[in-house]
Design a protein. Sequence first.
Length: 251
Amino acid sequence: MIDLDGETAIVTGGAQGFGREIAARLGEAGSNVVLADVQVELAEETADELRADGIDVEVVECDVTDPASAEALVEATVERFGSLEILVNNAGGSSTDHFTELDYDEWASGISLNLSGPFNCSKAASAELLEHGNGRIVNISSMAGTNVTVHGNPSYTAAKWGVIGLSKHTARDLGPDVRVNAICPGGSPNGPLDRGVTSEDVADTVLFLVSDLSAYVNATAIELDGGGSLNERPDYLSKPPEEWPEFLQDQ
């Protein structure tokens, strides 16, 4: 059994989707959890649900694109729980514009959220994570950061590639006291496992990466796609995101 009792984890974008399930899984393993999100009301609803399951949860409003907000997040976490051992950079999102239609502001916004956000939070948390000698950072990338591109979303694709590079570089700079890994959710219901990725799949993989079971796993990007990348590019990837299968809506 994985035991995170006494540890504290920040989950950005923790109000819903992957983030909510990650927070629940870490909390079930004994960790204190901070839900960092700009959607405060939704985060509070999620926190109430997790508290009903016996998880010690705090909500902190945070805009990950703002370095000062990321620093305030870490300060609030340490003030509330006394330490910080785990950071899950989950907050993200995508535009739907084709490359030829994407203007610079939209490009910059996508990069800021999906790439600068993990940088800001990792930088803000680094001193606390280093202090205890067993810090862990998990960055949520995407199969779009490997060899699978999606409709439009050039800033999303570029940022998710960047998240993998950031993870590897950060692992080198913060080692041996902090391990840093990335997860690339994706996949297709037409893949070898005959289904798409779920929030539970992502949360279980995060739990593995922050546990002692993965003590020698570092600077790695796990392709969490059920082997779907073995297949040809699914037809839905040529369509707008609102027409994608339901299992992809959290990504």
